[in-house]
Write a protein that binds this ligand. Structure first.
Ligand code: ADP
Ligand code: ZN
Ligand code: MG
Length: 666
């Protein structure tokens, strides 16, 4: 109700439309991040902890092993004696026990023996140890049995240190092995578990785009809006010195392929600052908290590199209204919250600009659009034919064109196409020429490439000649009725370049904010709203589905005039307590009825009468000024967009200006 009233020729869902509003894979170049990541801090930390535990356990058990081993095989106070000494004591009958372990023999004497051991030291002990040579073995054992010695034999392997260690440590080896296997599996199948802590943006750390504004065409308004951002990034001090408000967040809004990503990179290129980019969908990960930590990381890096640009593509993936969907996504909300926190957390001196891009701005969370966040919006519209020509020129810079190529014709033949489509067209034409071994790309190549693209497109990219005429007349009808009716907001611009769901748009700019509406203002609104359909009727004698949106609006206004504002004599000055604002575009469905069936019938009749009157007025206006209507429609076909000045010129030429309200004439 405040900024712009827009009447559009609607793209009926069954009818021909320029394209699906969302298109994936729009050939973004440049923000190529992603790719494999090494295990981050999370990996090493967990891994280290487990490793330390394993090593400690191993050391402990090794210690255990050696201490046990020593005490069992070599008693600490046993003396090493020569075989001869043992033999003497055995013959004396002084040996109590003997344990054979391979060639080692240990045991006890009955009485302690003072002997000189193998090292030549004199010692007294009742425990002994000596080493056997195999030959003496059997006869010795016979003698021992004879002397009543308690003889034991331990398996030889017991003493094999290597084997022992192996046996002791096999479980440990197995344990570590299994742990490693599990660990590897886990980190392979779910990379995120351990790799969340570092943002993917790290991989584009030093991305300094060489793209400039000269690589972007057909979006002059958007470029103009972004010049200030470039200025600020170039010389932040200049802005800050005067305490000016820094552009913090700028939202680029427009259909896919119109050059939003390209523009963002061009801003970075023009200002020659680093460019940190990430796509909204990359933030939304399976694990809660990952997206948020990525956001934190991204901003941290950008702040370090200031002045710099952060670019968040497809911001609608994170920025959708919170709690709006049934399966509300905690992760997304956390990410969004983090984004809000980061955008608030800028130091006034930090020259970091956040650019966001989306083709669906309506669903964005209100909090994202508040002052200090994405409070600026730059519209990136589909180009008109001049824009398309400029884009074609850019993309054929490095393509040799044959002399018969007429880019103007191509630009004219491609209404509704966006930059990405045109880049694709040039590319296809060049490929065709290459396949045919031509020296240069010919017009024929372009024609065939266009046919191929149009055939391959899911929805018709380009309307038929007739449909374009219908749209031109429809919008022309809105505009002309607007110009000829007293009390209507001035028409500023008419276009047949598709916008969103609309195939054409007529813009009116209100002179000032209105808080209440006079009856004649509302009636004038009805006349212009019906101007589109009336023009179809006048020019072609039949009507199309394109006026659906207009008709909804008309019905709504007329209904409110009768039931709410008491503007019908038959109903009288009664308000039936309808609270929806017709200009806010809310539907009437679901409102409770507070009146009888008879009254309802009268209301219907009154609404119909008001609408019929407006439609008749519209048709008669356009019939009377048929020539002007034709001229406007023709101009629209020629230029695709015409402004107030061009319309005025036409009206002066045809004399229709004399029928316009005095305020407009003067
Ligand atoms: P969006 O981000 O709006 O979906 P992109 O910036 O990714 O669109 O555009 C994809 C490609 O199409 C660009 O890399 C460029 O080659 C081409 N392109 C799109 N718009 C334009 C334009 N306005 N001027 C020149 N080339 C464009
Ligand atoms: Zn319309
Ligand atoms: Mg993009």
């Amino acid at each position: 109700m405040d900024s712009q009233a827009i009447y559009m020729y609607q793209n009926n869902s069954n009818g021909p439309g320029p394209r699906a509003p969302q298109r994936s894979g729009n050939g973004d170049n440049g923000n190529g991040n992603g790719g494999p990541e090494g295990g981050g801090n999370g990996t090493t930390l967990l891994f280290r902890a487990v490793l330390i535990i394993v090593v400690l356990l191993a050391v402990w058990s090794l210690f255990q092993f050696f201490t046990n081993n020593n005490s069992s095989s070599n008693a600490p106070n046993a003396m090493d004696i020569p075989y001869s000494t043992f033999y003497q004591e055995l013959q004396k009958g002084n040996v109590a026990s003997a344990t054979f372990q391979g060639q080692d023999v240990t045991g006890k004497f009955k009485d302690a023996v003072k002997a000189t051991d193998v090292n030549g030291n004199s010692k007294t002990s009742n425990q002994y140890h000596f080493t056997l040579s195999t030959k003496e073995n059997q006869s010795l054992i016979d003698l021992m049995i004879q002397k009543g010695v308690v003889v034991q034999a331990k398996p030889e392997g017991d003493n094999n240190l290597l084997l022992n260690i192996l046996i002791n440590f096999l479980p440990w080896l197995l344990f570590i092995g299994i742990f490693f296997l599990i660990f590897r599996r886990a980190s392979q199948s779910q990379q995120n578990i351990f790799s969340f802590s570092k943002s993917k943006a790290r991989l584009v750390l030093e991305d300094r785009p060489t793209t400039t504004f000269s690589d972007v065409a057909g979006v002059d308004e958007a470029k103009n809006d972004l010049v200030e951002v470039v200025e600020f990034l170039k010389t932040p001090q200049k802005f800050q010195r005067l305490g000016g408000k820094i552009p913090r967040g700028v939202l680029l809004v427009g259909p896919p392929g119109t050059g939003k990503t390209l523009l963002a990179r061009a801003v970075a290129g023009e200002a020659s600052v680093p460019f940190f980019s990430m796509s909204g969908s990359e933030f939304v990960e399976v694990l809660v908290g990952v997206g948020a930590s990525r956001v934190r990381d991204l901003f941290e890096q950008a702040k370090k590199a200031a002045p710099s640009i952060i670019f968040i593509d497809e911001i609608d993936a994170v920025g959708r209204q919170r709690g709006s969907s049934i399966n509300s996504n905690d992760e997304r909300e956390q990410t969004l919250n983090q984004l809000l926190v980061e955008m608030d957390g800028f130091d006034a001196r930090q020259a970091v600009v956040v650019l966001g891009a989306t083709n669906r701005p309506d669903g964005l969370d209100k909090a994202l659009l508040r002052p200090g966040r994405f409070d600026r919006r730059v519209t990136v519209d589909r180009p008109d034919w001049n824009g398309r020509l400029a884009i074609l020129k850019i993309h054929s810079r490095d393509v040799p064109l044959a002399s018969d190529v007429d880019l103007i014709t191509i630009a004219r033949a491609t209404p509704g196409m966006v930059g990405a489509d045109l880049a694709n067209l040039v590319n296809e034409a060049a490929l065709l020429a290459a396949r045919r071994n031509l020296e240069a790309v010919t017009q024929q190549c372009f024609d065939e490439a266009l046919d191929k693209i149009l055939l391959g497109a899911e929805r018709p990219l380009i309307l038929s000649e007739h449909d374009l005429n219908v749209v031109a007349y429809h919008e022309g009808g809105h505009a002309l009725t607007g110009l000829l009716t007293e009390g209507v907001d001035p028409v500023t611009k008419v276009t047949i370049v598709p916008r969103g769901q609309a195939l054409g748009v007529t813009q009116y700019t209100p002179l000032d904010d209105r808080y209440n509406y006079a009856q004649d203002y509302l009636e004038a609104q009805l006349v212009t709203a019906l101007g589109g359909r009336a023009a179809e009727q006048v020019a072609f004698g039949r009507i199309t589905t394109g006026a659906e949106n207009d008709l909804q609006r008309v019905t709504q206004i007329a209904n409110q005039m009768v039931t709410r504002w008491g503007m019908s004599e038959r109903i009288g000055t009664i308000s039936f307590g309808e609270s929806d604002d017709p200009f806010a575009g809310t539907a009437l469905a679901g409102s409770k009825r507070e009146y009888s069936d008879r009254t309802a019938a009268v209301i219907d009749e009154e609404v119909k009468r008001i609408v019929d009157n407006a439609y008749m007025r519209s048709v008669s206006l356009l019939t009377e000024h048929r020539e002007t209507l034709d001229r406007i429609a023709k101009a629209l076909r020629l230029h695709e967009t015409i402004d107030a000045r061009q319309m005025r010129e036409i009206m002066v030429e045809t004399g229709a200006i004399n029928a316009a309200p005095a305020s407009y004439r003067g």
